[in-house]
Design a protein around this ligand. Structure first.
Ligand code: RIB
Ligand code: CA
Length: 314
């Protein structure tokens, strides 16, 4: 039985690859894609998502533009990682492919899709959770029909990538992450702890695109260059973490998960240096009333790469 999904993205480079993967994986049926500010402003996210969709058979998919600002925090983007356009500054090379698709509003589209779809919807969120939180705040009853939210975010007793401890998506909108965690909707968190175990190396891309000269392969080759140059400078490896593609594969093939723990999740919504940090307990054990979420702590990397290659490069 296919999983009916809504993708909520902040199209950046790894989101773009995640979208292509989600549309190719037979286990998923993408009903809608909603867009949120994150890697870049939601205006850029919208244009970039349409460009990515234009490379695929996107018919029947609805598009919803969401929030340009977080629930409370000031706007924060990462053009140094994903380029000003969110696609490694190569979007204009693919302008001719851009999907001609109506752009609706994200929150009403999320709620309508949940109401209209017979089987419960899974939301795969690869950006800040602002749209999902706004949908919960607007109509919690409908949102409680969601089968599962699978969110790329957080970092647990591990390093951050935005400040010393915080992961980007939850740093950008910690209040939204807290609203989603406390909503009672089943939440599976895919943190840096696992997403940083799947770095795609430049040499792999060159080998894979050498063998499979498809439009998708050429796009991935182009779109990852800027992202990988950033990692070469900052992470001292010539490649890029596949945070969002891994999150999509976990939704499509849950058996890829080797270890998942149930823990309370506390999100730091205040703090000057610690905003967005995620904890599983606090010092005094006061987290009794905190929400329990599933946290993916280990995945089958070989299975991920086999799936990645099969659905993007053949
Ligand atoms: O921290 C990594 C996450 O933040 C990824 O989803 C990346 O696309 C950015 O949104
Ligand atoms: Ca993302």
């Amino acid at each position: 039985m296919k999983r009916s999904v809504i993708l909520d993205v902040d199209t950046g480079v790894d989101d773009a690859i995640a979208i292509l993967l989600a549309l190719n994986l037979p286990q998923l049926e993408v009903k809608a894609i909603t867009m949120v500010s994150g890697n870049v402003h939601v205006d850029e996210v919208t244009e970039s998502t349409k460009t990515v969709l234009g490379l695929t058979d996107y018919h029947g998919i609805r598009l919803g533009k969401g929030s340009s600002v977080s629930l409370r925090r000031k706007r924060f983007h990462a053009p140094e990682v994903h380029g000003k356009d969110g696609l490694g500054n190569i979007r204009k090379r693919y302008d001719t492919y851009k999907a001609r698709i109506r752009t609706e509003r994200a929150v009403p589209l999320i709620l309508e899709t949940i109401k209209r779809t017979k089987i419960p919807i899974t939301i795969i969120a690869t950006g800040p959770l602002t749209n999902i939180a706004r949908a919960i705040l607007k109509d919690k009853r409908t949102m409680r029909c969601v089968k599962e939210i699978i969110s790329m975010g957080g970092s647990f007793e591990y390093r951050g990538n935005t400040g010393p401890l915080a992961e980007f998506n939850y740093y950008v909108d910690p209040d939204a992450a807290d609203v989603v965690a406390r909503s009672g909707i089943p939440l599976t968190v895919v943190p840096l702890n696992v997403t940083e175990t799947v770095p795609l190396k430049r040499e792999d891309i060159i080998r894979l695109t050498g063998k499979s000269n498809t439009l998708t392969a050429r796009f991935i080759y182009d779109v990852t260059k800027f992202y990988m140059d950033y990692h070469k400078k900052v992470e001292s490896f010539n490649g890029g973490f596949m945070h969002d593609p891994l999150t999509v594969v976990i939704a499509a093939i849950p058996s890829i998960v080797k270890k998942k723990i149930q823990r309370t999740m506390l999100v730091e919504t205040g703090g000057i240096y610690t905003g967005g940090t995620t904890l599983t307990r606090d010092a005094k054990g006061r987290e009794k009333h905190a929400p329990v979420v599933s946290i993916v702590m280990e995945i089958n990397r070989q299975k991920f790469w086999i799936t990645f290659r099969k659905y993007l490069f053949t």
